[in-house]
Every structure is written in C-alpha cells, then in structure tokens.
Ligand binder design. Structure first.
Ligand code: 26Q
Length: 839
C-alpha cells in the first residue's frame, strides 16, 4: 500500500531511508551491544532494530519538549495505575513512517521484520480495558499534537503469564525487565522522596497561622523512567513517565552497625517492594496496604514533578496553575492526587485552604469506569491514618467543607449527607475514594452513553442533583494505528487502495467505504483478506494448544478478562447446546463454527477459574468427537495479551459482547472487532448501544434483557428456575454438566457453577439464554448468506469511525481539559549541515 507520509516533518540527523537504517542497526549491534552479526542472538538483532527506531523518535522528542518548554502551553497529565502498552516496535515504525524502509533494510540484511517483531515482550503493565485505554489515549494525544504526559508505575512484574495445565489456569510471573527494555530511558536526575507513616505536629506560627508538620516518616525515592510516545505522521512526541521505587538509604545504618545485616538489607528490600508487581485483580476487593502504598507512591512523585515543572515555567504564580495543568484521574486509583496537591499547596507553599481547593477542583477531572458496588474503591480510615496521617487530616477537612456545602443546598437532610459523605461512618470507618474524586474534580465522566446515564442515575445521583454540570460522557475509543493499520495490514491496504489513507488520522473517512460496498471485486477482495487473517491465528492456536482449526468456518470470538458479569459462561452454554443439536440431528442445518475464547482470571477469583476449566473440558470433548468436529470446535487460547489480541481480533467474524446489561461500563474490544469487520453479537450494554446506533440494527445481533428490565426483575424478585423450566434445551445443557459429562472421574467438579446459575444467577445467564440461542441462530443463518455477511462486515468498518480514540481525546481536550495542540515544525534542527555528521 502507499504508505508515504508527508515528508516535510522528517527530522534528518538519522536518515529515514533504508540505507541509513541499515547503518544504524549495524552500529547499534556493534557499539551498543558489542557484537557482530555472527554471534548476535535474535534478541540482539531485535534490540539493534529497536535502538535504531528509538533514535529516530528521540530527535522529535527533544524537538517537542524544547518547543513545549518555550511556549509553556497547558499540558494534560494522565494519571493511571495501568498502561497496557503491548509491543512498541511495529507501532513505532508505523507512527514514524518507517515501516517499509525498515522492512527493506532488514530484508537486505537477510533478516525478517515480522520475525523480529515477534521477539519483543509485551509491556503488560495493566489488567485490561482501563490500562489499554490509557495506552490508546497516549497514541491519540501525540497524534493530535496535544502536550501531554502519562504518569504511572514501572512495575518490575507486569500482569502474570497464564499457562493452561490440565485445563486449569496457572500463573507465571511476568519478568519483562530481565531482558533489556530499549524503549525507556532512566532519569535518575528526576527523583523525589515519597513519605509514609509518622505523625503530624500542629504548630502555631508567630503570626497566628496554623502549620502542620509531618514527622518521623519513612522515605522511599521515586526514580523516573521515560518512554517516548510518538504520534502518527507528526513531529509530536510526548512522554510516558513511569516511577520506580528505590530505597532511600542503601542500608539502614543503625541496624547495620548493630550487626544486623539482614534487617538492614530487608528494610531496603521492603521499601523497593512498592513497585514490584501489578495487582492482577481488575476489581478492587483486595484492600491491601501495599496497593495503597503504590497508589500514593504514583501520586506523590507525580504531583511533585508537575509542581516542579510548573514552578520552573511560572514561578509561584499559582493563579495560573489550572490554566497550565489538566490532571485526569483514570478511575479513583490515583485520587489521592487531590489531597496530595492540597498538602503541597497548603503545607509546603503556604497557600490558603480555599485558594488551594479552588486550584484543585479547577485542575482535576475524574473518569469513572465501573458501577459495580463491590468494585468501588474504599480504604479503611485506620490504614489511611497510619500510612498517610496528613492526608487523612486533609480528607477530613475536605469532607467537612463538602458537608457544609451539602447542608447549604439541602438544609436538614441528614440522610443525604450521610450518603454523600466522603467518609463512610457505617461499620468500620472508611474513605470512599469515588466521593473524594467527585468532590475534588470539576468534571466527572463515564465512558459510554449508557454508563454515564446509569452513573448519574445510581451511584452519583445525589452528586448529580447538586452539581448537574459536573457530569458528562466521554465515549471510549481505540487507536486506529494499532488496531487497524498495524494489526490488520491486509484490510488496511485494501481500504487505502479504495479510499486513500486519510482514515488513519481521521477515522470517520471510513464512511467512504459505503461507496464501494457494492463493488463486486472489492467485496471479493474483502472476503479474501478476512479469510487470510485467520491463517496466522490458526498457526498460533495450533502451536499453543495443539488444536487444529479450519479457516472455512465462522470464527466466533470472545476475548476479555474472565468475569462472571462478562458471561463467558453464557457462550459456553450455547456451545454445549449447539453440540447437542449436532449430536441429535445429523441433518441439522448448521454453520460450521470455530469458537475462540481467551482471557485471564484474577488469581483469587475461583469461579472465573472454574469457568476456564469448564471451557477447556468442553473443548476437549467436542474437538475430539468425530460426529461434530467438522461443524463445531472450541479453543481456549492461553495467555491473552495485547500482542495476541492483534492476531485474534482481525480473524474474527462474530464478536461476543454479551455482558449482563448495565454491567460493562463501555468495553473497547467491541470497537476493535467492529473496526476489523466482525459483526457484534451483543447485549444492550456499554458502548454496544452506540455501536448499534452507528451500524444500524441490520448489521448487528442484539439480544437479551435491557438494563431497565433487569432492574425491575431484581426489584420484583428473579427466579432463574422459571427460565429453566420453560426450556428443554437449557435443561439438557445443564444436565450434561451436572452428570459430569465434561468431568468424568471428577464428580461434582462444576457443581459451584451450576449452583450459582440455578439459585441466584446474579448475572441473569438463565434469563438471557433462549434469547441468546435465537440470536446465535440468526447469526449462523446470516453467515451462510455470503453476500449478506460481506455487506454487514464492510458496513461495520465503514461506520466505526466514531470509535477512534482521536475523537474521544478531542472531546476531552475541548470539554474537560481546555488544551490546544502545539505544532512541532522541523525547522532549525539537524540537517545536511549537521556539525555532528551523525547520519
Ligand atoms: C483497584 C484496587 C485494587 C486492586 C485493583 C484495582 C483495579 C484494577 C484495575 C480495579 C479496576 C481495574 C480495571 C478496570 C477496568 O479495566 N475497567 C474497564 O475499563 C474500560 C475502559 O473504560 C471499560 O471499557 C470497561 O467496560 C471496564 O470494565
């Protein structure tokens, strides 16, 4: 495909041609790694290429940062405990416009770019949607030329690797840093002390003002590691700054001198533990103290850094602060940034409380990603008091003022105050982080229209009644660079040949595909591309599981974290029903289907792990049944991760988005599938509602009870038994599990699953089962109509433009952040007259 980007922006110290790249690659191998081609390992070769790519980012990075230093624009700070970046090489090459040249350079050296790309280990510093959203946002921020920093934690161990042994998930530590990470630059010159524990002394100054002094705290240092985040077809390169913990003293001298060497080393180890490992739970049940330490560590280092940068550019003109910094909180995990900024402004910078508070609320924005009550973050006042005594005081003060305000609005409404309080006084006293985040922000947003509506109807209804203008919606999006241009070269090229390549930067241009939807040759090519996307996935699955699949079947895919509300179980029950139908009626009309499931379960989430086991046992049974195996297969792909998603999603025909209505805040996988020409099989949940709105009801399969219907059923009493009694198919499916058909020799293995859906069925699996079966039947029928399916597939892509994270970031920029792009032109930089002659 034509991949020529406008070349005016190309910075020229390191050439962007294949010849210069070759030179760089060999130079890096020799002078950075100290090897020649003969002894270089595959990883050495990958590193040499990666170094050659990052070098070309660095020039633009410096240019960008210098420019920002000069114009001192308002910057966006995206604070997140997770950045699920995946691999960088392929996307770096695409964003820099270097892909084809690099491919050519490597080919001439007898190397293969695709093979080298596969060597890179994913940066898996996130669990799922929230972390990947942060990564997509970084790509869009840079592409749009917005001055921005991502701030997060440099975990030594990212999300665990998942192995499947005898059908069960086994967790393996992710030692992603044991091999060199070429994309980061350590900045030991940027380090900040972060304090924990101790006590607060309240002094009265000579002039009568009160002063709080924090004594006897332990100190840990936060060291910055920077990764450049380049935009596509632009000189803008922003920064992802991740903090790593370093002990403040190499040894505790007292312990050391008293002869206790191990105690001395141990203290060092304990404080450095803060950034050891990412919490592998994508809900917040685990109220562990280490997690709170992590959250405060991120926030404290980040706020010090932001204030340092502000003072460097604007001194102590605090009135400018909120017009120079927009800080976005990715869920409540970094919400301590609010009391931390209060502490810095009031205690360190001597601002009056009211003034500091106005600065805070003008600066912070908070994004909510969940309504599940059990996932709303709270911390016990006890833990907070002992770990962060000053912050606990500040939170009490914030709450005191906030309660006064509530009282002004609603005099005498004690119950409302109790509900809205940042401190939950019932039982063990705790801090409600969501209430803190709402109180301390000028904008609070949900991540899809339905979710934002439910948010103000339910968990934040009192807050929305008091400050309606504070609440808004920012429907999620995904970056088209990674999720179409990079992940699906075949479809990208076909699209570009048909409508040009502007869609990469303006995804709404995909609409132009509607002009060729009836073009017979285009349609034929479309089918071929979709077919070919299956081949590498088939190889991967055979390699990882031994299961052999056929590309001539419908690929029906559900990939996402394992969660009861996401209802992988509903998909599994459908597969059993389909299996029974095939067994009982050899002449049944069927659409040959390949069902693919992947996802990790939180290590302590036993039900989710049991569902993985059930899926694997179903797969063992049906894949080995000669009566059915030509029509129905199932594969559970181990170790779902960003790089696997890039292979799985393009191969899908049907995209399973079947969460219990009202439970999935948005979903972003749903968008990636639609963008790659898969048709959604979905409930009216999260962004599925908006996908329906875009593609139209003829190009999607929607089923199941709606959120309001389920609300009524909960209120009036829901009995799954009535649905079971009504459906013979459902009875037989459940019976097959019950009689240990999938667990021979292990009687009752799946009992907990059956008990849960037969008796409580919190996620309405039974209530939606028959509706799902019908929708699946419709999808199977539609797939057999090749022409109809082709149209649906093309229209899904044509109408998915709105789900670009560029659109989302533009909305944040104008409606929440008030930030503007800064053009980075390539004048004045290294050119042919470069004195260093470094080409
Ligand atoms: C919190 C405290 C302690 C330990 C872990 C956590 C924790 C970690 C990760 C809580 C939640 C998460 C991740 C949540 C998440 O990924 N939410 C998803 O966000 C997506 C982006 O907005 C949405 O599309 C999904 O609907 C939502 O589930």
């Amino acid at each position: 495909m034509s991949n020529k980007l406008s070349d005016s922006w190309q910075v020229s110290c390191r050439g962007f041609d294949a010849e210069s790249l070759k030179k760089s690659i060999l130079n890096n191998l020799e002078y950075r790694l100290g090897k020649g081609m003969k002894r270089a390992t595959e990883y050495d070769k990958y590193l040499s290429v990666a170094y050659s790519v990052i070098e070309r980012m660095l020039e633009k990075w410096i240019l960008t940062q210098d420019k920002h230093g000069e114009v001192k624009p308002k910057r966006v700070y995206y604070l997140s405990m997770e950045f699920l970046m995946g691999r960088t090489l392929g996307n770096g090459l695409i964003n820099l416009g270097l892909y084809d040249q690099c491919q050519q350079a490597l080919q001439e050296m007898g190397l293969d770019l695709e093979e080298l790309r596969e060597i890179e280990v994913d940066a898996a510093l996130g669990n799922g949607g929230l972390g990947r959203l942060a990564a997509c946002f970084l790509d869009s921020l840079a592409t749009l030329g917005l001055p921005a920093f991502g701030y997060g934690i440099r975990y030594d161990y990212g999300l665990f690797h998942q192995k499947i042994i005898d059908g069960r998930q086994v967790e393996i530590p992710d030692r992603w840093l044991t091999l060199t990470n070429p994309w980061e630059i350590a900045r030991p010159e940027y380090q900040y002390p972060v304090r924990f524990g101790g006590y607060i002394e309240h002094q009265i100054e000579r002039n009568g003002t009160r002063k709080s002094v924090w004594h006897d705290s332990e100190e840990v240092y936060a060291i910055a590691y920077d990764t450049p985040t380049p935009g596509y077809d632009t000189n803008s390169v922003n920064t992802l700054r991740l903090w790593s913990a370093k002990s403040s003293e190499d040894f505790n001298l007292q312990d050391f001198n008293s002869g206790d060497y191990f105690a001395a080393v141990n203290k060092k180890v304990t404080s450095e533990n803060i950034t050891k490992v990412l919490y592998p739970d994508d809900s917040s049940k685990s109220g562990r103290e280490l997690r709170l330490r992590q959250e405060y560590f991120l926030v404290s280092a980040t706020m010090q850094d932001i204030v340092f940068r502000f003072k460097r550019e604007h001194g102590t003109q605090w009135k400018l602060f909120s017009s120079k910094a927009a800080i976005q909180l990715n869920d409540t995990h970094p919400a301590l940034a609010i009391p931390e900024l209060m502490r810095i402004l009031v205690d360190d910078e001597d601002l009056k409380w009211e003034r500091a508070w106005n600065i805070c609320t003008d600066t912070f924005g908070y994004t909510n990603h969940t309504l599940l009550p059990e996932a709303l973050e709270t911390w016990s006042v006890d833990i907070m008091e002992s770990l962060l005594p000053r912050h606990m005081e500040i939170i009490y003060l914030i709450n005191h003022n906030f309660m006064k305000e509530v009282m002004r609005y609603y005099p005498g409404q004690i119950d409302r105050m109790r509900r809205m309080s940042i401190i939950n006084e019932e039982g063990l006293k705790s801090v409600r982080m969501a209430h803190l985040a709402v109180a301390g922000s000028h904008k609070v947003n949900g991540v899809a229209a339905l979710h934002s509506q439910l948010m103000t109807d339910t968990i934040f209804s009192d807050f929305a009644a008091m400050s309606p203008g504070k609440f808004t919606n920012m429907t999620n999006g995904v970056t088209p660079r990674r999720w179409l241009r990079k992940a699906n070269l075949g479809l990208s090229s076909l699209i570009t040949d048909a409508i040009g390549n502007e869609w990469v930067k303006d995804l709404t241009k995909l609409r132009d595909l509607e002009n060729v939807v009836n073009d017979a040759q285009f349609r034929q090519q479309w089918r071929e591309v979709k077919h070919n996307c299956k081949l590498p996935l088939i190889d991967l699955i055979q390699h990882d599981t031994g299961i052999i699949l056929s590309p001539f079947t419908m690929f029906d895919v559900q990939v996402k974290r394992m969660h009861e509300y996401k209802r992988q179980l509903l998909f599994a029950l459908f597969i059993i029903a389909e299996y029974l139908r095939l067994k009982e009626d050899p002449n049944a009309i069927v659409t040959p289907r390949t069902c693919i499931i992947a996802g990790k379960a939180a290590p302590a989430y036993h039900m989710a792990k049991l569902i993985i086991l059930l899926i694997n046992r179903i797969a063992d049974t049906i894949n080995n049944d000669i009566d059915t195996r030509d029509f129905l297969r199932l594969a559970f792909v181990p170790n779902y991760r960003v790089s696997a998603a890039e292979k799985i999603i393009p191969a899908a025909n049907l995209s399973e988005q079947i969460s219990t209505a009202g439970k999935e805040a948005s979903g972003t996988g749903n968008m990636k599938f639609a963008l790659n020409g898969a048709i959604t099989m979905g409930t009216l949940d999260g962004a599925n509602v908006e996908i329906l709105g875009e593609v139209g009801k003829d190009n999607i399969f929607i089923f199941g009870h709606t959120a309001p219907e389920l609300m009524t059923m909960r209120r009036e009493g829901y009995d799954p038994q009535t649905y079971i009694e009504e459906s013979e198919i459902l009875q037989r499916v459940l019976h097959l599990i019950d009689c240990d058909f999938f667990s021979p020799g292990e009687p009752g293995l799946f009992r907990p699953i059956l008990d849960s859906i037969r008796h409580h069925d919190e996620y309405f699996v039974m209530a939606d089962f028959m509706k799902y079966l019908k929708a699946q039947d419709d999808a199977g029928t539609a797939y057999r109509d090749v022409e109809k399916w082709t149209t649906m597939s093309i229209l899904n892509v044509a109408r998915s433009g709105v789900f670009s994270s560029d659109r989302t970031i533009n909305e944040y920029a104008t409606e929440i952040w008030d930030v503007k792009p800064v053009l980075i032109s390539s004048e004045n930089e290294c050119n042919k007259n470069c004195p260093w002659s470094c080409g």
